[in-house]
Design a protein around this ligand. Sequence first.
Ligand code: ZN
Length: 72
Amino acid sequence: MPMYEYKCDACDHEFEREQSMSDKPIKTCPKCKKRKARRMISGTGGFILKGGGWEKDLYSGPSNRGGGGGDD
Ligand SMILES: [Zn+2]
């Protein structure tokens, strides 16, 4: 499971959580208990590189490129 980095807007506390991609982002800061935690997408976990696959899946239906559509 990928690790996600969180940072709390309220107290600046940073922490990591192991979550599956489908899990909801954590909102509650474990330190101050305020719902101010935000997930940081910073390259640490290689999230962006790994995520390359999903784009293909999305576009696997109708082929959008090279079809010569309405751009002229
Ligand atoms: Zn906090």
